[in-house]
Ligand binder design. Sequence first.
Ligand SMILES: Nc1nc2c(ncn2[C@@H]2O[C@H](COP(=O)(O)OP(=O)(O)OP(=O)(O)O)[C@@H](O)[C@H]2O)c(=O)[nH]1
Ligand SMILES: [Mg+2]
Length: 214
Amino acid sequence: MTIDEKKTKQATVIVGGYEIRSAVFVKAAVSLQGLPKERLPQIAFLGRSNVGKSSLLNALMGSKKLVKVSAAPGKTRELNFFKVNNEFFLVDLPGVGFAKVSNAKRDQMSDFIREYVEKCKDLRGLVYLVDIRHGGTAIDIETVESIRNTGCPVLIVASKRDKVNQSEFAKGIKLIKQRLGLETSPICVSSLKKTGLDELWDEILEAVRQDARS
Ligand SMILES: Nc1nc2c(ncn2[C@@H]2O[C@H](COP(=O)(O)OP(=O)(O)OP(=O)(O)O)[C@@H](O)[C@H]2O)c(=O)[nH]1
Ligand SMILES: [Mg+2]
């Protein structure tokens, strides 16, 4: 184990029918040079600050604290790489549209994410989280559009299912479909209640098995 591999979840757990034998924090990157050298498929998680990216990663990997969860929004500032079953990386990206950092810093970070999405050949797909209560904001629409323009496959996932009742849920799904131009309803997850994780794992594993982008 290298010094970087500080946080390791050892015991095997089954989440959404998928067996996780190991989930390891490998490194945090602030530039393309800092990406892991190991050539494994990567699936990255993006979305507005506070939407629940880090919580979802913990839920997917069957861990409570492998990934830092924000007390205050904007906690995740780097690209954090987690190696699962020695087969692929799940990547926690900084929140989009976070207002509390200076404009210069925010733009720099957005450029870095854009560069990563455009240039990283190992990136097989992006999971873009949208809060079910917000139904897709202008920032979501703009960001998803620019990801689609890079050619990187993007899966829209609604978060925080437990925060809405049935009618709010139906309304949120409808709005997300309309605003983000989806043909089918997005998967909806709750990291708190651990729901929707089976469907999401299926999609992630399918993306991992795709060939690298050219
Ligand atoms: N009720 C509920 N709360 C959630 C859920 N997912 C995340 N949260 C809460 O939402 C807040 C933000 O969660 P994070 O996982 O840190 O969000 P993030 O997208 O990683 O935020 P940044 O790192 O700032 O971009 C925390 O207080 C979480 O506990 C969920 O499924 N249900
Ligand atoms: Mg985070």
